[in-house]
Design a protein around this ligand. Structure first.
Ligand code: CTP
Length: 401
């Protein structure tokens, strides 16, 4: 539950995407948030206070002059104990009001009355493509961003008005991920992080190959945690079924040699390289151009394998390498094997785990092995481990400086 006990004011303004805000209210609560809805009069054309009250268990407020608040000061009362004000959808008009500090209704008054250091402002725009691209809107967006607001999206695609382009509100789960990210400490701001993830696939012929059972979940969690921490993240991924975390640049590759090439293109300009991919150690020496047919005499098939490049060791041997972190999936004698890899690959840190325990799972127990240390991190979700690992890496980067 990434938003456990976070108090979020959900401001809904008058756009068609208000219908998605209803689902968003639920998805925020799935992550443990307490959601307090506030609607503008425009929003009432699309959704009702009763619906939002039913979804959140809290009355949905609309009026600035609501007598239910202590001292009739709704805008003060509501904003004082909130951790974030999330405006989704935010119309062009509402963004313009934010940019100019106008406060003629409850939601805009809450936005202005909030304590900026305690209650961050997150804005998910939703509007027609032309309205979004107007210089006036773009100016207003830049203004509120400079004032400290985080702008979530917008996405591009089909719009409710029938036009196509930028201005669609992000989907509820994407907004939840952005809200979670907004609460993470920016430990890697201004840093470049390169991550590999997933398995590789080494072709035998056009329809067959050898691969392994890596799901990519750990590498993707690390890419997400690095991005949440403010880093620019490049993810070089073998074949997986996972969607890239928002804001991460993903290069999809198949074989170890393709991964090697993609990694080398970014490694020298990266501050950190986290090698999570389960890279195939060998590949068939001569993949067949045509599909191999079974022979009539059922003779055993002979395949010759040649070694693949060791991507992590190559990066660690660059003239001025990034901080290199490796992973070791072992079936036994975890620390011993991890120490051996730390030494042969000449890297700063190895994260070791038991392959049979971790492959495809959503959680894991990890052992962190450094030159002079080893520590076990008890079973936790991969994203929790990923965030903790990013903290460890950020601390090592500071020492390195
Ligand atoms: N690795 C790599 N390139 C390879 C093989 C491994 O970059 N060709 C990286 C992995 O991403 C991981 C680390 O090296 O970070 C250790 O990988 P692992 O497969 O556990 O070890 P190997 O070096 O392949 O040794 P072995 O398979 O003998 O355990």
């Amino acid at each position: 539950m990434d938003l456990k006990d976070r108090r979020i004011l959900l401001g809904i303004t008058g756009g068609v995407a208000a219908y998605k805000a209803c689902d968003l209210a639920r998805r925020l609560q799935d992550e443990g948030a307490q959601v307090q809805p506030i609607l503008t009069h425009g929003a009432l054309h699309f959704v009702t206070p009763i619906l939002l009250q039913a979804l959140t268990g809290r009355p949905a407020y609309v009026e600035l002059w609501d007598e239910r608040f202590q001292g009739a000061m709704g805008h003060i009362v509501l904003s004082r104990d909130a951790d974030a004000l999330l405006i989704a959808p935010a119309t062009a008009h509402f963004i313009a009001k934010l940019a100019h500090g106008l406060c003629d209704d409850l939601l805009s008054s809450v936005a202005l009355a909030r304590q900026r250091d305690r209650c961050r402002l997150l804005v998910a725009p939703a509007m027609n493509v032309e309205m979004w691209q107007q210089p006036a809107t773009q100016r207003n967006v830049r203004t509120i961003e400079a004032d400290g607001a985080a702008i979530l999206g917008p996405d591009s695609g089909d719009q409710a008005c029938g036009e196509v382009g930028e201005g669609r509100m992000l989907e509820p789960l994407q907004i939840v991920a952005e809200v979670v990210a907004a609460f993470q400490p920016k430990l890697l701001q201004g840093r470049r992080v390169l991550v590999t993830a997933g398995p590789t696939f080494e072709a035998i012929d056009p329809v067959r190959g050898i691969t392994n059972r890596s799901s990519g979940k750990m590498g993707y969690a690390i890419a997400r945690a690095a991005q949440e921490a403010g880093a620019e993240v490049v993810l070089v991924s073998g074949p997986t079924a996972l969607a890239p975390p928002r804001g991460v640049v993903r290069h999809e590759v198949t074989s170890a040699r393709q991964m090697h090439e993609a990694v080398l293109a970014s490694a020298a300009s990266s501050d950190v390289f986290i090698s999570v991919a389960a890279v195939a150690d060998w590949r068939p020496e001569q993949p067949s151009m045509a599909k191999m047919k079974k022979s009539a005499d059922s003779e055993p098939v002979q395949l010759r394998f040649v070694p693949n490049p060791d991507i992590l060791a190559t990066v660690a041997a660059l003239p001025s390498p990034p901080l290199c972190v490796g992973f070791a999936a072992e079936s036994e004698r975890l620390e011993e094997h991890a120490r051996a890899k730390l030494a042969t690959k000449r890297i700063a840190l190895i994260v070791a785990n038991l392959a049979q325990d971790v492959l495809g799972a959503d959680d894991a127990e990890l052992m962190l092995v450094g030159a002079q240390s080893s520590v076990t991190w008890p079973r936790a979700s991969k994203i929790d481990h990923a965030r903790r690992l990013i903290g460890e890496i950020a601390a090592r980067l500071t020492i390195r400086r």
